[in-house]
Design a protein around this ligand. Structure first.
Ligand code: ADP
Ligand code: MG
Length: 696
């Protein structure tokens, strides 16, 4: 239960004065649903209104706060001309200028003969000093309020700074009920950093006095970032602890099945595959639960490592399951794993959303009776009616598509299931921590031998003609081509339309050998299209990003990505990983439409320069900030409001150590500081973790 002290700040934004339903929608879009979200919405810039010159001194182009006497209103002769208000002080005359003015309103706020304070940008028009649409107008005694540094917040269309600023001010006022919250940061660390209390830091972050106060490394912002990171690390550590608390079992197979598979492999395991397998086996042999991440770039050969690890569990009489994020991938795993498993005399079942009716019932029976020991599937493996006789090991492929919650659901299907999470996206170390805490990690930095290099070229879409000519040459030489179509934000329908158009265009050029696969096709159609490409019946495959992860056609040597500027680095890297899987040299063509933003330019440059996934991930982090990396929203990676991992990486490391220490001393968060930390978890909406505490 959320502590009562926090109730007020978790009210909807409509609880704030002056926020009706219409404005609320905009405020929600800009900042979030609750009062507290407005508090987390920190200024991105400032407007310094402290410059208060006389009319004669006023510098054009500068924001100024000026005290003037209103001399006369002059209505424009026609509607296209602005409404002017003539003013003066002892040193000279100036004019306030309004377009589309409401004369009544102006007469009231700027009455003739009175003194008013106006704040806005000073301009010079001919010889006249002017201020067009002052940002603020006040009476003479309001000058202190106006002559200040005003925070500027990120806005959204239709929302003005005035409205949002006011909402944020009243949200901050509501935090006064939180003034008495006990400190959750270790006092020694707090003192060493010279940080203030949580609420003071918050108020300070919203009242920047100068540009320096906007720096992520300013004390107030660091303190808030630390709070957020600590809540994240503590939550992960709690979940992990509660998983570990369930005693695991020591899994130590005799190797007989694994040996058969190794003998059947058409290749030798790489050094890093061997090392990872040793690490995994050692971990499984421990009487504790395994929670290990297998991290390896696209094509590094994770699947066979997963299979051998699963066989270890099966050798001891247990069952194992591997779960992929998409249907296509699950089927591909089946295609890879089944023949190898057969070599070891192991039956495999596939369970996805498409197994229905009798067939599904039969599969479920086999899993429940233990007749089948190896299952491959998608989310369908999570469903409540899926039961295993003795699930001992679960592999989760392409983890970033799943959330922590799903990871735990599958684990709950067996007793003390050992978990291996596989990710193809190289995740920078800093981000790793935020998503997985201090999970054990095995890496496959080495690629299987015999892979030819991929050359990447970047060119404008206007050169499409050249591209198709080059494709022709490549196809004549027996090559196979992926053609990835633009990503249209949040619209699968538009994605599909673009892909269909391109498909038609390429068919005109290359005839019927052009295939198409997209997310709106039925499962069977998709499979058929993929299979036709894999077998070479289609030599060009036009696709939306459904082919993004894992798909393996070693004969493919060309990857064309249209509107490459719309993709993130991680995604481009994933896509490019589809080629260069065989022994022929491959080409990746990144087609872009101008104009390129600076970031897009930088992304394409990195793609051209390197194919080191870890390097790309680090660069991506720098370019985008962690929040966006990997498409956080769908990914289960946390989004941070206050922390920016490009700047707060060190704080993250400290937060991780701090979280470990806290749980070591006070695993149930029962001490005084423990109680304060619980509030912190609620404040950052990590209550799921609190439920993992015994007295949660
Ligand atoms: P990913 O890590 O992207 O999941 P896969 O497991 O799909 O990579 O492996 C990519 C390809 O490399 C597959 O065709 C697989 O059979 C092959 N492969 C895996 N390990 C080796 C190896 N040691 N030597 C040669 N080829 C390998
Ligand atoms: Mg894979």
């Amino acid at each position: 239960m959320r502590p009562e002290s926090l109730f007020s700040v978790f009210k909807p934004v409509t609880a704030l004065k002056g926020i009706g339903p219409r404005i609320a929608k905009l405020v929600e879009r800009a900042a979030g649903l609750h009062v507290i979200d407005l508090c987390w919405h920190l200024p991105s810039a400032i407007i310094d209104r402290r410059y208060a010159p006389s009319v004669a001194e006023a510098q054009p182009g500068v924001v100024a706060t000026m005290t003037v006497t209103i001399d006369a209103h002059s209505k424009p002769p026609n509607k296209r001309m602005p409404y002017k208000i003539h003013c003066s002080d002892d040193t000279g005359k100036m004019a306030l200028v309004f377009f589309h003015a409401h004369a009544d309103y102006l007469k009231k706020t700027l009455p003739e003969g009175e003194v008013r304070v106006v704040s806005g940008k000073v301009e010079k028009f001919g010889n006249e000093i002017q201020m067009t649409h002052p940002d603020h107008i006040g009476t003479a005694d309001e000058i202190a309020q106006l002559k200040a540094v005003e925070p500027v917040y990120p806005l959204t269309t239709g929302l003005t700074l005035k409205v949002l600023g006011k909402a944020i001010r009243s949200a901050l006022e509501m935090t006064s009920s939180l003034a008495a919250l006990a400190e959750w940061i270790d006092p020694a660390y707090l003192a060493k950093q010279g940080w203030k209390g949580w609420r003071e830091a918050l108020l300070e972050a919203h009242a920047p006095e100068d540009e320096a106060a906007l720096d992520p490394l300013s004390p107030a912002r660091q303190r808030l970032a630390y709070d957020e990171l600590l809540s994240n690390q503590l939550a992960l550590a709690i979940v992990r602890l509660s998983m570990r608390r369930v005693k695991g079992r020591a899994i130590k197979g005799d190797g007989r099945l694994r040996q058969k598979v190794i003998d059947a492999l058409p290749f030798q395991l790489t050094g890093s595959q061997e090392t990872s397998l040793q690490e995994i086996a050692a971990d499984m042999a421990e009487p504790m639960r395994m929670l290990r991440l297998l991290q390896g770039d696209v094509g590094s050969g994770k699947t066979v490592v997963a299979l051998l690890a699963m066989l270890n569990a099966i050798e001891t009489g247990g069952q194992a399951a591997i779960m992929a994020p998409t249907e296509i991938l699950a089927r591909q795993h089946l295609a890879t794993i089944e023949p190898l498993a057969r070599a070891a005399g192991i039956e495999v079942v596939l369970l996805t959303g498409r197994e229905k009716g009798k067939n599904r019932t039969l599969i479920l029976e086999k899993l429940l009776s233990g007749e089948v020991s190896l299952a491959i599937g998608t989310h369908a493996l999570f469903q409540d009616d899926v039961e295993f006789k003795a699930l001992a090991m679960a592999v989760i492929d392409e983890q970033h598509r799943f959330g922590v919650h799903q990871r735990l659901t599958l684990a709950a299907k067996g007793q003390a299931v050992d978990i291996l999470v596989m990710t193809a996206t190289p995740i920078p170390r800093t981000l790793m921590l935020t998503a997985y805490g201090d999970m054990d990690i095995s890496r496959l930095p080495e690629k299987p031998p015999g892979r030819a290099a991929v050359e990447t070229r970047v060119m404008p879409i206007e050169r499409l003609d050249e591209v198709t000519k080059a494709l022709k040459r490549s196809l004549d030489g027996g090559g196979r081509v992926y053609w990835v179509c633009p990503l249209v934000e949040e619209s699968e329908v538009l994605d599909v339309a673009a892909a269909e158009d391109r498909h038609a265009f390429l068919q005109k050029f290359f005839g019927p050998k052009v295939g198409l696969v997209h997310g709106r096709m039925k499962g069977k159609e998709k499979d058929a299209a993929m299979a036709a490409f894999a077998q070479g019946e289609a030599s060009i495959l036009v696709a939306t990003t459904v082919i993004e992860v894992g798909v393996d056609v070693p004969e493919a040597t060309v990857m064309v990505i249209e509107h490459a500027e719309r993709f993130g680095l991680a995604q481009l890297h994933q896509l490019r990983g589809r080629i260069g899987r065989g022994d022929k040299p491959s080409n990746c063509l990144l087609l872009y439409a101008s104009p390129l933003t600076a970031t897009a330019k930088a992304r394409l440059k990195i793609m051209r320069e390197t194919d080191d996934g870890f390097l790309i991930a680090e660069e991506d982090l720098k370019l985008r900030g962690a929040g966006e990396l990997l498409g956080t929203r769908q990914s289960g990676l946390p989004e941070f409001r206050l922390a920016d991992l490009a700047h707060h990486g060190e704080l993250l490391a400290t937060a991780r150590d701090d979280a470990a220490l806290i749980l070591d001393r006070d695993p149930e968060l029962e001490s005084e500081r423990g109680q304060a930390l619980r509030v912190l978890l609620y404040l950052f909406e990590r209550e799921a973790a609190v439920r993992n505490l015994r007295s949660g």
